[in-house]
Write a protein that binds this ligand. Structure first.
Ligand code: NAP
Length: 503
């Protein structure tokens, strides 16, 4: 298939939050960049009746809210010309709605026959909507390709993800199924692969011989906001670790793929997830830690604790902070702990991968300098700073043989480089029919297998869980995960960031 073949992008749930905040603005930015195929049409589906003009006004409002600095007139006209609206019936699985949709899409003078259906709807509606699309023949690929984008979360544990897959696979092949993990659309996450596989420098040291531990960390200052209903049944382990953070672990730990095509790439990620040592029931307490934010101060303002948020059960044990210690049992990573953590209402919002190296086999300078040389670090900032940093020891200028830490700081963005949002890059891949940055089903299953034993253990244990003050660096109890007293969470990419003592 020519990646720039025109296609119809059907957004189901087009007035929802994701569509307003990410999809429409992302598509408009691709329009501005001239990356949308000329004859591509964006067909929005929602349950309320709109005329095409009213819908275009609605979209303009979404774009103005996202780009208050103003909208390029030419790009806006081009964008509006390709947007159309289809009013769905209510209830949404009403068969006549889909018959009308099929009739609308059969007008190939307007709608290209290659079609992407983007399910921007509640996960509980995924299989009904796919059933309905298939019921009217819209997923048959006799006239063009048909792809379906499925938002996260894909299930809430291994069994439910397999049930969802069973329902979808009645009508969709794996090739037609695009499971989103939007972290994979982030340029900085893709940079992990570039750094590892476009450079020879790192490969010889990227293993258990040289690396002491790997830390993958994501923190947010935000609380659960108005998503308590969703969050109460989800928690940090499912929301962040099963998906985004395990993907980062896979990219750090994978072997070089045979090539960069979707299958080779995903084969290697699956091998890592499969090699993660299962957490035995008796080891949950030493390999996993959960906590909840208590009230505190964020940006100088008092904020409530999780249990004080509206809609949270007084005896809730849903974690807003989760940390794990995992081992990837293969030749490259034998014995290297991967410490993973995520939390809400923490002191800073950031994502980073920090890799600490072992000390040299003989610390020759200790006798001359009086102290052990600090270990080397390689750090990848994902957000807010996208950067690569490396810490080395150098001699302090002067007569004495003293050492100091030097930070090689590669902020790899040039001033005129344009940043794209993760959804922009993923939307482009969907219309180019490229699955590399989407999850294959076996990847989803193996990621659930990693966290499922912990989910089960935590669900069964209803005792109150540890609290941490909002605005702090996290719960103190998390330090029990570390293998040795000299291992710790590194919070800062700045030079000296490794000097922070465990608290
Ligand atoms: N928002 C985000 O930033 C974000 C981030 C990651 C993942 N996601 C995922 O993205 C999906 C959408 O999230 P969201 O936040 O946009 O949800 P949302 O705000 O609840 O929007 C869903 C929209 O879909 C409509 N809808 C539901 N079923 C429909 C159907 N059968 N046909 C047509 N329209 C239908 C809903 O209409 P009604 O109001 O009438 O029900 C609503 O407008 C979810 O799977 C979520 O997990 C969202």
């Amino acid at each position: 298939m020519n990646p720039l073949d025109p296609c119809t992008l059907v957004i189901i749930g087009a007035t929802g939050n994701l569509s307003r905040v990410k999809l429409m603005p992302g598509l408009f930015r691709l329009e501005l960049a001239g990356r949308l195929p000329e004859k591509m049409v964006i067909l929005s589906i929602y349950r309320s009746p709109f005329s095409r003009a009213e819908w275009q006004k609605e979209i303009k409002g979404m774009l103005e809210a996202k780009f208050p600095e103003g909208l390029d007139k030419e790009a806006l006209t081009r964008f509006m010309n390709r947007t159309r609206y289809h009013g769905h019936g209510n209830p949404p699985d009403d068969a006549t709605s889909y018959e009308r949709l099929r009739d609308t899409l059969s007008d190939t003078k307007i709608y290209p026959s290659n079609i992407v259906f983007f399910l921007s709807i509640r996960p509980s509606d995924f299989s009904n909507v796919v059933d309905s699309l298939a019921g009217v023949g819209l997923l048959k690929e006799d006239k063009g390709w048909r792809n379906v984008v499925v938002e996260k979360p894909f299930g809430t544990d291994l069994v439910s993800s397999q049930q969802l897959q069973k329902a979808l696979s009645k009508h969709l092949t794996e090739k037609q199924t695009y499971r989103i993990d939007h972290y994979l659309g982030k340029g900085t996450v893709q940079n992990i692969m570039v750094l590892r596989f476009a450079n020879m420098l790192l490969e010889p040291i990227w293993n258990h011989h040289c690396i002491d531990y790997v830390q993958v960390m994501h923190s947010e200052t935000l609380g659960v906001g108005d998503r308590t209903k969703f969050y109460e049944s989800t928690g940090a382990l499912r929301d962040m670790i099963q998906s985004h953070l395990l993907q980062m672990v896979a990219l750090v730990a994978m072997e070089a793929p045979a090539n960069m095509d979707a299958e080779s790439l995903r084969d290697e990620k699956v091998k890592v997830l499969k090699a993660i040592r299962p957490v035995a029931p008796d080891d949950v307490s030493s390999q996993a830690f959960r906590a909840q934010y208590a009230k505190g101060i964020i940006d100088g303002k008092p904020v409530p604790g999780y249990k004080e948020e509206p809609g949270v059960a007084p005896d809730s044990v849903t974690e807003t902070y989760a940390a794990l210690k995992l081992y990837v049992d293969n030749w490259r990573w034998a014995g290297v702990p991967f410490y993973i953590s995520t939390g809400k209402r923490l002191a800073e919002g950031s994502s980073a991968i920090m890799i600490r190296f072992k000390n040299p086999p003989q610390d020759l300078l200790r006798t001359r300098c009086g102290k052990a040389s600090p270990p080397n670090w390689i750090m990848l900032g994902i957000q807010p700073d996208d950067c690569v940093k490396m810490e080395l020891q150098v001699k302090v200028p002067g007569l004495d043989l003293a050492t100091r830490t030097m930070s090689l700081d590669a902020n790899y963005k040039n001033e005129d480089d344009v940043d794209y949002d993760a959804y922009e890059s993923l939307l482009l891949d969907v219309i180019a029919d490229n699955q590399s940055l989407f999850l294959r089903m076996d990847e989803v299953e193996w990621a659930w297998r990693v966290v499922d034993p912990i989910i089960k253990d935590w669900a069964a244990d209803r005792r109150p869980i540890p609290q941490y003050e909002a605005g702090s660096k996290g719960p103190k109890g998390t330090y029990k995960l570390f293998d040795r007293p000299d291992q710790f969470w590194r919070y800062s990419l700045e030079k000296g960031g490794a000097d922070v003592e465990p608290f």
